[in-house]
Design a protein around this ligand. Structure first.
Ligand code: DAH
Length: 339
């Protein structure tokens, strides 16, 4: 065989053998078989050879070309196998079962708020909002709560240095809304409230309420009872009963406290309802004319009702929890079961 050709063949086979990855193998291929490669250059040369030398050289050249081509193919296959082995089957057992990722969930308090909001939305209420830091006026004075009322006591209320306070109830949102819009007003206002209480199974220093307010012409206490009963049935089930007990709130007259029948024992009496068959939810009543005066409404023209709802209370009933603190300890093992 032509010496030059033989040398090229040996060099190319050596290059192919040494190529440690597909990229290097490809550059070896281009170096020998590419358009400007060494074999292609010899093909050009072949054209100009005397006719007597052409057949032999042509044959040798072709056989070298074939040898290089098949050496490259063999090497490519082995490199590809190697790559697959190291990237997948070498480290990873694709037959192993997968790892299920746990999904997050909405906190039970937020779930309860969202559900109550949805119920009142369907009944035509819109959502109002107020700040956690309130003025004494909105939280107390405007709600007809005189300066000597016990709920203003430093023991119950967190006062701030500038004379403002952390709202003790969502009721000040009533004032904010009535100062802004004329009747008819139909809102609910969910939010966080604060009281200087020692936490126990049923009390926290921070908790949640939903305030409701409906002011229009000829609104009655029966409307209030109807709306509370209907919402209770939608939130906790169709067999829920509701009852009013006479009470006093400075901003409503008449005022009531209202209870839902115990969902655990269906009103028969159990530990949760302390054998009474009823669960206290919160207060409500007809808006006091003095409150209307404070916001510039005419008490002779308008009547309306207001109500509060303790969210934690409802969440506890809904999820069957007997200690409020469980909701805030953020023990994921507990919360996971409340989806
Ligand atoms: N704000 C009261 C509380 O925190 C609850 C309440 C009672 C709200 C009567 C009202 C109402 O709107 O009319 O105890």
């Amino acid at each position: 065989m032509d010496k030059n050709l033989e040398a090229i063949k040996q060099a190319s086979l050596e290059d192919i053998r040494k190529a440690e990855d597909l990229k290097k193998l490809d550059s070896a291929r281009i170096r020998y078989l590419g358009k400007k490669g060494k074999i292609s250059a010899l093909m050009e040369l072949l054209k100009n050879l005397p006719a007597s030398e052409k057949p032999l050289f042509g044959k040798e050249l072709n056989s070298v070309k074939n040898d290089i081509q098949s050496a490259i193919e063999r090497k490519r296959k082995s490199l590809e196998d190697k790559e697959q082995n190291t990237s997948v089957s070498g480290f990873l057992d694709v037959t192993m079962p997968g790892i299920a990722r746990r999904t997050g969930a909405v906190h039970p308090i937020t779930q309860t708020i969202n559900e109550i909001i949805a119920v009142f939305r369907r009944m035509g209420f819109s959502i109002a909002d107020g700040p956690d830091v309130e003025t004494e006026f909105n939280n107390f004075d405007a709600l007809n709560t005189p300066a000597n009322h016990p709920s203003r006591d430093i023991q119950d209320t967190f006062y701030l240095e500038n004379g403002n306070l952390l709202r003790t109830q969502t009721s000040p949102v009533q004032i904010r809304i009535m100062k802004k819009v004329k009747p008819p007003v139909r809102i609910i206002a969910p939010g966080r409230v604060y009281r200087n209480d020692t936490p126990d199974a049923t009390h926290g220093h921070t908790f949640h309420q939903i305030e409701g307010l409906y002011v229009d012409k000829n609104v009655s206490l029966a409307d209030l009872k109807g709306v509370l009963h209907s919402s209770a049935r939608q939130i906790l089930g169709n067999d829920i009963k509701i009852r009013f007990r006479p009470h006093f709130f400075p901003f409503t007259e008449p005022s009531v406290e209202y209870d839902f029948s115990c969902v655990i024992c269906k009103g028969k009496g159990c530990k949760v309802c302390k054998n009474s068959g009823w669960l206290e939810i919160s207060g409500a009543g007809m808006v006091d004319p003095r409150v209307y005066k404070n916001v510039g409404y005419d008490p002779d023209e308008y009547t309306g009702y207001a109500f509060g709802m303790g969210i934690e209370r409802i969440a506890m009933i809904k999820f069957g929890i007997d200690d409020l603190r469980l909701l805030y300890e953020n023990d994921i093992r507990f919360l996971r079961n409340l989806k």
